[in-house]
Design a protein. Sequence first.
Length: 311
Amino acid sequence: MCHSFEFEDVRKLAAELMGRLHPEVMFPLIEECLERATLSRDIPKLKACLFAICSSLVIRGKESALHPVMIKVRHFITTVLLWPCLDSDEVLKAQHGCIDCLALMICSEFGISDTNLPSSQSSNPDTPQKKSRLIEEVIDQPDHATLQSNAVAESVISAVIRSLTLQQETLPFIISKEPHSSISDDGQKTSIPMTFRLCMANVLISACQKISRSGKSLLSSMTLPALIDFVRVSDNPQMRSACLQVVFTAVYHLKSFVLPYANDLLRLSIDALRNRGLAEERIVGAKLMASLMASDEVVVKEIAPNLMDAK
């Protein structure tokens, strides 16, 4: 008889092998399994499904990301992210798996290939995160216009940004009147709770950490302008702090690809340091300024004339 930890290892191996199957074979099976696991809140089975999906995204990229079943996968992920944690470590692990799965979908939207990708371990919901969360190579890269022409309103990156920056007042990815959904009434009319918005911030953080070099410019251009504008006008200190954390992570990982927004980011960090509100906001502002000053030489040269304002 297998011990529990041995059974979990077998389950992970089976999930990884499942993720290597052709999407036309894997996704119909995953859809049924993921639905049952979500409705019954079977956490081990749910994590195995997420691991298989992440493996498929890492191996096949856009081919998996654009599969029709992904619409339902996003729906189930939204459902899991709405679960109350109640200090449940297992639920939190499942939600971290959902966050990483959405982040890999974003990377795949940009045409990620099967080279220079995060290892399968990094997309494993059971793997401890090396960086703390806020709440507790590309071969054929599409240009900006191409991505927007692919129904941007339905893309993961757009829905995540809209949810985070309050441009969208209803839950993303929800299939209206989905049978047996754990979301009450019509999901299209359900407002977005704060905890879900913070999860969306974590999705962008994870995407910045996972994106390959040739996807960094597009990720920067789609993410930073919206977040900069939001932080400037938002009167919610918790959401400002969350968005500043995303911006800091973007500067740290995207390097010179933040150059067009360098001075705006510097002003954002100065404003955060001058803010008398949340201490957390001032701390993230200091980290953002330090990251800009330690960035690539072109970024440092760009912000150098404005550094006197930081005194």
